[in-house]
Design a protein around this ligand. Structure first.
Ligand code: NAP
Length: 305
């Protein structure tokens, strides 16, 4: 697997419009899925809240059997652990997906790690989960999760955290090295920084993301310029260079796709490895401009003390 299809903006038309400025219909999503099958991008990532709860149902309705599903258990941020919460949530997911098991299942936040993982372990033994991963965990929390799983002789499959050209904390705090040393796969979410690693399009409609992050746009232009030049050398767009950058680090990019061309571009980008000097040029500029859009600790506020 070289890349994963993100489905955050699938589902509710209202959600699509507010988040991304426009919605896509089921026909377009079906064409997107067909293209993914054609390009052998067979893993789709989702969670219960994507598309205001409608994203998962659409995956269940539209995706053929060969698509592997990556789903998540999101612990409550308000109240503590309640026995059976993971099982109830997963059974609802499986109903949405019309499947007997899920291929990848992530603990979405490091809340009540022992309790939630012990339920996931039981569901793994029952064959309802094929791979267990953790998401938005720091190094210490990953080590804790691995120890719990090791005791049951279950591999910690992966860590799903934020990583992009603009957000490389996991390289600096030892998490990525630890993953590599322990055969734990790293999936990166928001490799396009919610659209900010794509230069603005003409007549772009209002979106929440644009409203929140637009003030950073001017500072990104030197980076766009370098990405454009490197893109020219590979026959790729600026957005694709953001994807290739992540893939070139041995990290699996999860990219939000809802149109067929995005699948085609993601596949090409994930297959393209940038040279050491291209990576250096990109990192030199990101270090100089020091722009942060989404932080690696974006969801820390939701972690219960
Ligand atoms: N584990 C977690 O906590 C967590 C958190 C956030 C996200 N995720 C996962 O990561 C995935 C990716 O994040 P995301 O979807 O929020 O944002 P993203 O991938 O960073 O950005 C999506 C934006 O990029 C645009 N785009 C996609 N492919 C493009 C291409 N080839 N050329 C130009 N623009 C392109 C989309 O355009 P359009 O608007 O035109 O479609 C959309 O506006 C999510 O879908 C989700 O599966 C996980």
């Amino acid at each position: 697997m070289r890349a994963v299809v993100g489905t955050n903006s699938w589902g509710s038309a209202l959600y699509g419009k507010i988040l991304r400025g426009s919605a896509v219909n089921e026909e377009t999503l079906k064409e997107t899925i067909d293209q993914a099958v054609k390009k052998n991008l067979l893993v789709f990532d989702t969670a219960q809240d994507y598309g205001l709860g409608k994203g998962q149902k659409l995956i269940g309705k539209l995706c053929p059997e060969q698509i592997q599903i990556s789903a998540k258990f999101t612990p409550s941020t308000k109240h503590g652990y309640e026995f059976g919460q993971v099982r109830r949530s997963l059974l609802k997911d499986l109903q949405d997906f019309h499947r007997p098991y899920v291929d990848f299942y992530w603990l979405h936040l490091p809340n009540e790690i022992e309790e939630n993982l012990s339920e996931m372990i039981q569901l793994y033994h029952e064959g309802k989960i094929k791979h267990i991963g953790v998401s938005n965990f720091n190094l210490e929390e990953c080590q804790k999760a691995k120890k719990i799983l090791d005791a049951e002789q279950i591999p910690l499959y992966g860590v799903q955290n934020h990583y992009s050209l603009l957000e490389r904390t996991c390289e600096k705090n030892g998490l990525l090295r630890w993953c590599n040393e322990n055969a734990v796969t790293f999936w990166a979410w928001a490799v396009l920084e919610e659209g900010m690693l794509i230069p603005p399009r003409q007549n772009e409609k209002f979106t929440i993301m644009k409203f929140v992050f637009e003030q950073e746009r001017d500072r990104l232009y030197p980076l766009y310029k370098e990405m454009y030049l490197i893109g020219q050398a590979h026959g790729m767009t600026i957005a694709q260079i953001a994807m290739s950058y992540v893939a070139s680090k041995g990290i699996i990019p999860i990219c939000g796709c809802r149109k067929p061309y995005q699948i085609t571009q993601l596949e090409q980008a994930a297959e393209t490895i940038l040279s050491v000097s291209e990576i250096r040029r990109l990192e030199h500029i990101t270090n100089l401009i020091d722009v942060k859009i989404l932080h690696t600790d974006l969801f820390r506020f939701a972690v219960r003390k």
